[in-house]
Design a protein around this ligand. Structure first.
Ligand SMILES: NC(=O)c1ccc[n+]([C@@H]2O[C@H](COP(=O)([O-])OP(=O)(O)OC[C@H]3O[C@@H](n4cnc5c(N)ncnc54)[C@H](O)[C@@H]3O)[C@@H](O)[C@H]2O)c1
Length: 432
């Protein structure tokens, strides 16, 4: 099939690359010329394990085309995916749909024969109706089917998630569109996953409900971790004890910092906003957002406590600053408010991240990027293990720090408190 992905970010690029790998011709369009130029020069603009290899293979075979020319891409495609960002609108909870609607208006001028237009971007329930209103003028009534196909891939595991998804959700009442979508996904759904055809509004809401539920799980275990700290219980025992109940499941049940990233924070907020628009109080989701916001403050305060509220001449090392491992994505990473706070207190902040230097900290006078773990840790006062990259799982801290007194704040509970105690290292985890 001939596909067009509009928006070549984490979702559009991965989906486009994976669809091309099963034999489709895919036009990946972006308005960001720099991004398209790098892709055409074989440079992948995001860190996503495994992506580069598949991309290069399909680019060589001419099944992948990177372009800023939307018109050419649309005219040559039968199926058009909208994969642009839907960030939170400033000072509100609502999803900013300006990129989505701008694409819809552009498409309106370009569609002259039957196309399926799909929202892969996460959009609030009824957005598909609005896109349809834009595209389906009386003259073009039968020229387009607007379908919702939310994406569930996780950054860092995106390729695997796309090729072996737990489910593929197609929201449409059009039999024609559903048949075409099913054949597009056939190479994927043949493997393990389930294919659900539901209403368009249903598909839109499934995505938000899923993300809000996962955010709830994380916030739940994070609050329990606070209780564990007060009662001398290890949160890891709670996670294993609870998680082995199949009705609960052990995934997303590990205590840590506030959840971040490009999805959970904005999607929980947007769901609350949708509830408000439809006069429905989503009190659980509201509590989750509040709990997560509080957690950012709580963990920052804990850092201050570990420094005895004495910030003068203190060196603090962050190991990992992205919101999770195996991605370079810094959107709403919990390291940002922590580092902002410590920077204001004039601490010397060092950070090492396997994905390199971060724009977020470029203009902060007290924050420095270090090229390797050992230089970042040398003679430091406090090591904060913020992201659980594999690189941080087997470190010999005494050898790295080379001084007697230092503390470790392990926000991912990677290390054993008992072993640390034996090594006479001042070690603190989460909920233990
Ligand atoms: N990142 C994830 O893990 C993930 C997972 C599932 C769903 N989603 C959803 O998918 C959507 C995209 O997320 P993302 O992380 O890939 O975003 P992103 O910011 O990485 O990429 C969006 C891209 O769209 C481009 N763009 C914006 N307007 C455009 C236009 N008019 N024409 C062409 N290109 C345009 C931007 O230049 C950018 O490259 C969001 O709605 C998000 O919630 C993201």
């Amino acid at each position: 099939m001939k596909l067009c992905m509009i928006g070549t970010g984490y979702v559009g690029l991965v989906s486009g690359v994976c669809f091309s790998d099963v034999g489709n011709t895919v036009y990946c369009v972006d308005r960001d010329e720099k991004k398209i130029n790098s892709l055409n020069n074989g440079i992948v603009p995001i860190y996503e394990p495994g992506l580069e290899e598949i991309l290069k293979k399909n680019y060589k075979q001419k099944r992948l085309i990177f372009t800023t020319d939307l018109k050419k891409a649309v005219l040559n495609s039968d199926i058009i995916f909208i994969c642009v960002g839907t960030p939170t609108k400033k000072k509100t909870n609502s999803a900013d749909l300006k990129y989505v609607f701008s694409v819809a208006h552009q498409l309106k001028k370009l569609i002259t024969k039957y196309k399926i237009v799909i929202t892969k971007s996460t959009v609030p329930v009824t957005t598909g109706d609005k896109i349809e209103q834009i595209l389906k003028t009386p003259r073009k009534k039968n020229l387009v089917d607007v379908v919702s196909n939310p994406e569930f891939l996780r950054e860092g595991e995106a390729i695997r998630d796309f090729i072996y998804p737990d489910r593929v959700i197609i929201g449409t009442k059009s039999k024609k569109a559903n048949k075409i979508m099913k054949s597009l996904y056939l190479p994927i759904i043949k493997k393990t996953s389930r294919y659900y055809n539901t209403s368009r509004r249903g598909a839109e809401l499934i995505k938000y409900a899923s993300n809000a539920f996962l955010a709830t799980k994380i916030s739940f275990i994070n609050e329990l971790a606070n209780l564990c700290e007060k009662t001398g219980v290890d949160i890891k025992d709670i996670s294993s004890g609870m998680g082995s109940d199949q009705r609960i499941g052990d995934r997303f049940l590990r205590a840590g910092p506030a959840y971040g990233g490009s999805c959970f924070p904005k999607d929980t907020r947007a769901l609350i906003d949708t509830g408000k628009n439809f006069n429905t109080d989503l009190s659980i989701v509201k509590s989750v957002v509040k709990s997560n916001d509080k957690r950012k403050i709580l963990l920052t305060k804990k850092i201050a406590t570990l420094l005895n509220n004495n910030f003068k001449n203190k060196t603090i090392t962050f190991l990992g600053v992205t919101f999770k491992p195996n991605t370079d994505d810094m959107r709403e990473a919990s390291s940002i408010p922590m580092i902002n706070f410590l920077n204001k207190k004039n601490c010397k902040i060092r950070y090492y991240d396997p994905t390199g230097i971060k724009n977020e900290f470029k203009n902060m006078k007290n924050v420095k990027y270090y090229k390797n773990i050992s230089s970042a840790c040398l003679k430091t006062d406090l090591i904060i293990i913020h992201t659980e990259w594999n690189d941080f799982k087997l470190l010999n801290f005494k050898k790295l720090v080379k001084k007697n007194k230092f503390k470790i704040y392990d926000m991912r509970n990677i290390y054993s408190p008992q072993k640390m105690k034996k090594s006479k290292i001042s070690y603190f985890g989460i909920g233990r």
